[in-house]
Design a protein around this ligand. Structure first.
Ligand SMILES: [Zn+2]
Length: 359
């Protein structure tokens, strides 16, 4: 039977895929240019004027709870990327990079801080050894509701459902669930994660748990016991004792732009206080899930109230002098050379010549 909608969706998918491939190729080219004469020395100079922070998530072999986000970040690739970054930067703690303390003396290369989002345990999968090998002290941003593997974060649940269950099963169950919240269904498995971004944040835990059970997934406790994805509190103590840092990534990983007063209290203020009190933190950085920020006034207020010491999105490297509650980071999981070096070159080209800063 001829099904024009399916055909249209397939053609659209093909166009999107080839556009993605072209974009990756262009980014590779710009990244290569940024590190080639005559641009490389200008780009390196620019990096002295930036707050250089990169981020990653899970590192290791692909696992069900991260399969949807996995882009091949093996331990080997992670180690290679760190070695490459070390040629251009001096790794420093996040606090040092944010504060740019002049009493530290001028380093031989621009400072760079490494961060991890989502609180995956780095003690058991070889990441800690790699960091030790390169003498890098990183910061792990944790979602407090998952510490100790007492819950699986909702995006990780959705990824696990997709990795472990037939597409027709979870599509069917999703589509019978969505009318209850007035949202449309999906027709392809790869629409699950994007579609669930529209869920009301107050209902996301309930919806994902209903879908988990409807798809006959293993008992959550069993799954968590088998995989143990996240840091435990004891693990975080060990991580801190080894010189690394801990930051907040909310309690349950919502879209912060959709939080009201009560949501901000439950997702940011209370978990921030919990981390500080339990781990004795004197510097608490915050990273936004999905890189989606609160309104400007709300995040400034939290900063001024001392809830966190700085807040990060994921929009690339920002100039020094940017307020601590408006900081950003660059991804080191995909297109690393473009994200760190190429973007800086592009911004330089885009900026009118008269406004170019003296270097
Ligand atoms: Zn996250």
């Amino acid at each position: 039977m001829f099904r024009p909608i399916v055909l249209l969706k397939t053609v659209r998918g093909e166009i999107l895929r080839s556009r993605e491939k072209a974009e990756i190729a262009v980014k590779k080219g710009i990244g290569w240019l940024a590190l080639s004469p005559p641009f490389d020395s200008w780009v390196r100079c620019q990096l002295w004027t930036r707050v250089n922070v990169v981020y990653a998530h899970y590192v290791g072999k692909s696992v069900p709870y991260f399969a949807d986000f996995y882009v091949g970040s093996t331990i080997e690739r992670f180690a290679r990327d760190l070695a490459a970054l070390k040629k251009h930067f001096e790794f420093a703690s996040l606090a040092e990079v944010v504060r740019q303390d002049p009493s530290r003396g001028k380093p031989s290369r621009p400072l760079l801080a490494l961060t991890f989002d989502d609180g995956f345990d780095t003690l058991r999968n070889g990441v800690m050894e790699v960091l030790d090998h390169y003498a890098i002290r990183a910061t792990s941003f944790v979602a407090t509701s998952t510490i100790g593997n007492v819950n699986l974060m909702w995006r990780n649940k959705l990824s696990a459902i997709r990795a472990l269950r037939e597409e027709s099963l979870y599509i069917g169950q999703y589509n019978s669930l969505m009318p209850k919240v007035g949202l449309p269904g999906i027709s392809r498995g790869d629409e699950l994660l994007p579609a669930s971004r529209d869920w009301p944040m107050a209902l996301k835990e309930e919806l994902v748990d209903l879908l988990w059970r409807a798809c006959d997934m293993p008992a959550l406790e069993e799954f968590l016991d088998e995989h143990r994805p996240y840091f435990t509190w004891e693990g975080l103590e060990r991580w801190l004792a080894a010189g690394h840092g801990v930051g907040l990534h909310t309690a349950t990983h919502p879209f912060c732009s959709r939080l009201g007063t009560e949501g901000i209290r439950a997702e940011i203020e209370e978990p921030a206080a919990l981390l500080k009190a339990t781990l004795g933190l004197r510097f608490l950085p915050f990273s936004y899930p999905f890189g989606v920020r609160l309104g400007a006034a709300a995040e400034r207020q939290l900063y001024e109230d001392g809830v966190f010491d700085c807040a990060f999105g994921i929009n690339g490297l920002v100039p020094q002098g940017t307020p601590a509650y408006r900081l950003e980071r660059a991804s080191m999981e995909e297109n690393l050379t473009f994200n760190v070096f190429g973007n800086v070159l592009l911004e330089g080209i885009r900026r009118p010549a008269g406004r170019r800063s003296a270097i």
